[in-house]
Design a protein around this ligand. Structure first.
Ligand SMILES: Cc1cc2nc3c(=O)[nH]c(=O)nc-3n(C[C@H](O)[C@H](O)[C@H](O)COP(=O)(O)OP(=O)(O)OC[C@H]3O[C@@H](n4cnc5c(N)ncnc54)[C@H](O)[C@@H]3O)c2cc1C
Ligand code: FES
Ligand code: FES
Length: 436
């Protein structure tokens, strides 16, 4: 059997319309597909293989419900939606990856994936959040701190699905959050979350050890000394991003800054316009070869694909060569296109997922001229290989993030330019945003 890096082993793909169908497939050993932003890199690297993939994006598990006691975030709510709708998690969700990953990646998928540097775990742990899970056997509720077992392993059973995350509400809770990450759309190196309530504190560290660390105590019992003492006892991760010493030093510094902010009594938050992202489409089953129709730039393209065929390959094969393959693992953004008006990485999207959705490249956007002009006037390209991807994500960002602060731009557009023409690219983006 030949091994092709970047292409998953084939699987049966089913986009279901009801939770019952999904649970039935899980009982028979299928794997859930939510945003695909962690699953596809694993499948493409063949670290993981699946026989049956159940796409749950048609289920009514999206959005946020709130009453006086709690906030319930349904599991398919994307990171960009969480950032824009759940004030207390706005900084947590908006500092995940980049704009495209946040358009597709979901809170449920992130918790189930259980990366030791996941943005959500430390925050949800200090906020006493719980997750609701369902299976054919019924429903149960798990505390977030009990959900994470070890890297990439949770206490979920194979037939269970996370349906929502519940955060208790309290006027008295003050929450602060710090994240340190290297360049590009890298995972954080260190995360610190702090909550203060009724003279009690909780601190959680992510990214420094195999499991997010939770430390709690009373504010009058020398919290800074106590937390730092505990930090120094742990065996910190050492990798190419930072050695264990650097991680611990960073964690200490970020903790002091987050704790001091919390003592001032004001929670960290980012104010964003509420966003609604739509990934529903008709139910579909695909196995091996299947003929599909995808609307690209307003024209229906019919082609035979395998269920594992990436949208990137579908587009390039059908002549949309402006869409580029770069890293092929979801980092560089060269392959970015718009689906239903939102920028996504076509190397982390299956062609079959976009049946019934609206796919656009630069050639299908009539109102892109001012942005293109800004790139030309600011000499924002050298070889031009990354330009299409930059235009796509910038177009979405300018349309959907109404405030154009430097901090928001920094956490949004993280595409890679191999010619390193960032200075002019940023200038072009900023100039274009002035005319919005
Ligand atoms: C370039 C890049 C950078 C990233 N940087 C960050 C970062 O800075 N911080 C961060 O936190 N994350 C980061 N991520 C991960 C991202 O947040 C993913 O969106 C997330 O980890 C997985 O969510 P998903 O919806 O994409 O899940 P999927 O990829 O679809 O699924 C992930 C796993 O969860 C399972 N699953 C999905 N939904 C459910 C459910 N409802 N119930 C039970 N199981 C489920 C799947 O079967 C699979 O095993 C990054 C990803 C990429 C590609
Ligand atoms: S992000 Fe898709 S090719 Fe790099
Ligand atoms: S202009 Fe050459 S890769 Fe960006």
């Amino acid at each position: 059997m030949s091994f092709v890096l970047g292409i998953p082993r084939n699987f049966k793909y089913v986009k279901v319309n009801s939770l019952d169908e999904a649970l039935e497939m899980l009982k028979e050993g299928a794997k859930i597909l939510a945003g695909g932003q962690s699953l596809f890199p694993l499948l493409k690297l063949r670290i993981l293989s699946v026989d049956n993939l159940v796409d749950i994006n048609n289920l009514d598990l999206r959005g946020v419900k709130e009453n006086e006691k709690e906030i319930e975030i349904f599991s398919l709510t994307t990171h960009n939606e969480v950032a824009s709708k759940v004030k207390i998690l706005s900084k947590v969700a908006f500092t995940i990856a980049d704009y495209q990953v946040r358009n597709k990646g979901t809170i449920g998928g992130s918790l189930a994936h259980a990366d030791p540097a996941s943005n959500y775990y430390p925050a949800l742990m200090v906020l006493d959040a719980k997750v609701k899970v369902k299976s054919k056997r019924g429903e149960r509720v798990i505390e977030t701190k009990e959900l994470f077992r070890s890297p990439y392993t949770t206490s979920l059973k194979e037939d269970e699905i996370i349906t929502s995350v519940i955060i208790p509400k309290s006027e008295k809770t003050v929450f602060s959050y710090e994240v340190y990450k290297r360049g590009g759309s890298a995972y954080p190196t260190v995360i610190v979350a702090v909550s203060l309530k009724n003279n009690k504190y909780k601190v959680s560290f992510g990214g420094i050890s195999e499991k997010p660390l939770l430390i709690e105590g009373k504010v009058e019992d020398k919290p800074k000394e106590h937390v730092i003492e505990q930090l120094r006892e742990i065996k910190a991760i050492s990798d190419i991003h930072a050695d264990s010493n650097t991680r611990l030093k960073l964690a200490e510094r970020l903790f002091i800054s987050a704790f001091n902010r919390a003592l001032e009594g004001k929670s960290d938050e980012i104010n964003l316009q509420p966003m609604d992202i739509q990934w529903k489409s008709q139910p579909l089953k695909a196995y091996n070869k299947v003929t599909i129709k995808i609307k690209v730039n307003g024209i229906e393209i019919e082609d035979e694909v395998e269920s594992r065929t990436l949208l990137l390959d579908f587009l390039r094969k059908n002549g949309y060569k402006e869409v580029k393959r770069g890293c092929d693992e979801g980092k560089c953004g060269a392959c970015t296109v718009l689906v239903n008006g939102r920028s996504v990485k076509s190397c982390l999207t299956l062609a079959v997922q976009t049946v019934g959705q609206d796919v656009r490249t630069v050639k299908g956007l009539e109102d892109i001229k001012p942005l293109q002009d800004s790139f030309v006037q600011n000499y924002a390209m050298q070889c031009g290989y990354c330009t299409h991807g930059f235009l796509m994500v910038t177009y979405d960002y300018l349309k959907n993030v109404k405030k154009k602060e430097d901090e928001l731009l920094k956490y949004s557009i993280k595409n890679i330019c191999r010619c390193t023409g960032y200075f002019n690219i940023i200038k072009a983006i900023k100039n274009a945003s002035l005319s919005q």
